[in-house]
Design a binder for this molecule. Structure first.
Ligand code: MG
Length: 387
């Protein structure tokens, strides 16, 4: 028999056979804004995933802050490694629940594309500066990146992703936001795949921030001792044999914590799918509450851990100092461009008649990596720096 390739049609048939009835099938996608011919051997979501990976915004995630600023050390998470962890956890949950793994992966890889340099401090700065000029939030901006700002195709702006992935990117945005962005046409379908990525995002950052926090020394194990999730896990693991380093102990703790939380989400979500009587993707439209969530017991156990992260890590004086500094200098940089837009690169200047100078400066700055923003700041404010 002559060997043959696996065609897109066969991939779609395989999805229909293997996915749960409430899993989103790529063949049922609402499609793309600019119609394109389907690919012979890649599903629609696989294609979206590839487009996201090849985008400029995706590559820049490597140099954007998660919690620890890039130059604080090479071993902490960045937006890129955070994104990869979210994709991995999303796939695990989706696979166990027989949901579309390719779709969750595409959404997960794109979920932070709208983030500014310097994490939430950058976002706070842009939010304030754009308050009277259309606002700023990273989810809406993420959609703007894939719909408009990426330039790769001759016949349309952006990446022309499927409706489901675009819906996944804006996720929590309110109906008001959607209308403002002119995207209220991608309503509805509170897909389980989108909910999976939201959950995986939460699991990923809580646990890797804990890991990075402990590694950096801003958190220590005594801080964690009052957290039942931590102490229960520690009890189960045997660190008594000599030679187990602190690093291995920490890795084992975090690994087990992730596993316990992921397993809880899977089990609890399955029970909810059953109790809500969800039999199809359409059944999800009528639901007003999320399906993919932790059990109430797990929520309760997680809460002290999240309090420690909030009070000891995110509010640590060194983290606060860095984030205030970032907000301060990003605001100054924004105003420098705004005062005289001839200082913007020519491609950005060309957009001013269409988008207005506030939005153009905002788009330009949101796209910056941490170090690019720092370099620009130096150029504008250090008299001895070459411009
Ligand atoms: Mg995230």
């Amino acid at each position: 028999m002559t060997p043959k390739i696996l065609t897109r049609r066969e991939i779609e048939d395989r999805e229909s056979a293997l996915l749960a009835p409430y899993g989103m099938k790529s063949g049922d996608s609402r499609g793309r804004v600019y119609p394109e011919e389907e690919h012979p051997y890649r599903s629609a979501y696989q294609r979206d995933k590839d487009r996201i990976i090849y985008s400029t915004a995706f590559r820049r995630l490597e140099y954007k802050t998660q919690v620890f600023v890039n130059h604080e050390g090479d071993y902490y998470r960045t937006r890129l490694t955070h994104t990869l962890e979210v994709a991995q956890i999303s796939r695990t949950i989706a696979q166990a629940l027989k949901l579309n793994e390719e779709l969750v992966e595409a959404i997960a890889l794109a979920h932070d594309l709208g983030h500014t340099p310097f994490g939430h401090s950058g976002e706070d700065a842009l939010e304030e500066l754009m308050k009277d000029h259309g606002g700023f939030d990273h989810n809406s901006h993420g959609l703007r990146v894939v719909d408009l700002l990426e330039e790769r195709y001759p016949s349309f702006p952006g990446l022309n992703l499927t409706a489901e992935v675009r819906r996944g990117i804006i996720r929590h945005s309110s109906p008001f936001d959607l209308k403002r962005m002119g995207t209220d046409n991608i309503q509805g379908a509170n897909l389980l795949e989108i909910q999976v990525v939201n959950m995986a995002d939460e699991i990923a950052y809580d646990n890797h921030d804990l890991d990075d926090g402990l590694k950096s020394g801003l958190l220590n194990e005594d801080d964690m001792s009052g957290c039942p999730l931590w102490s229960d896990t520690a009890k189960k693991l045997d660190f008594s044999c000599p030679g187990i380093s602190k690093q291995i102990q920490r890795s084992q703790m975090v690994r087990n914590l992730i596993n316990i939380q992921v397993s809880d989400v899977i089990q609890n979500s399955l029970e909810r799918i059953d109790s809500f009587g969800i039999r199809s993707v359409n059944d999800l439209e009528k639901l007003n509450e999320p399906v993919i969530v932790f059990s109430p017991e797990m929520d309760e156990k997680r809460s002290p851990m999240r309090d420690v992260l909030m009070n000891k890590l995110y509010k640590h004086y060194r983290v606060v100092r860095m984030s205030n500094k970032a907000t301060r200098f990003l605001k100054s940089l924004f105003n420098v461009y705004l005062d005289d837009t001839r200082q913007l690169p020519p491609q950005a200047q060309e957009e001013i008649p269409k988008r207005g100078k506030y939005r153009v400066v905002c788009d330009y700055m949101a796209g910056m990596t941490d170090r690019y923003a720092l370099d620009q700041y130096k150029k504008f404010f250090e008299p001895y720096e070459r411009v």
